[in-house]
Design a protein around this ligand. Sequence first.
Ligand code: DQA
Length: 143
Amino acid sequence: MKILVINGPNLNLLGLREPAIYGRRSYADLLEFIQKSAAALDLEVECFQSNHEGAIVDKIQEAYGKFDGIVINPAAYTHTSIAILDALKGVGLPAVEVHLSDISTRESFRRISYAGLACEISYIGLGFEGYRKALEYLKKVLL
Ligand code: DQA
């Protein structure tokens, strides 16, 4: 089973970026965490990060026929991108939304998630653990 994990803008700055909200662990730490979690679940994962909305849309489109499911943290594009929502709906792969922080208790503009409308489930505010739970969920539904 092959899962694509997509991380959106500024998540490459983890560790440096607002550590009080996102913690001190780096993006490299997140990649290691995801790979270890996937290995423990016997899943194959590819991780992709981009600061560009169109690149994320392209990657979702390319996933069709190559991956069995998608884990996505669209970061700020969560709250703005109908293009990412449409791409997820377009390919129709089972998708899971993840956010490190609890977007429901932050600024009001973070309460809308367009991408989430195309996702089967969301793991919010659990830090890195949300990615593990997302992989676990996909393994269950894909079996
Ligand atoms: C985030 C939450 C978003 O609101 C924010 O723009 C991010 C990260 C999270 O993982 O908590 O960049 O998606």
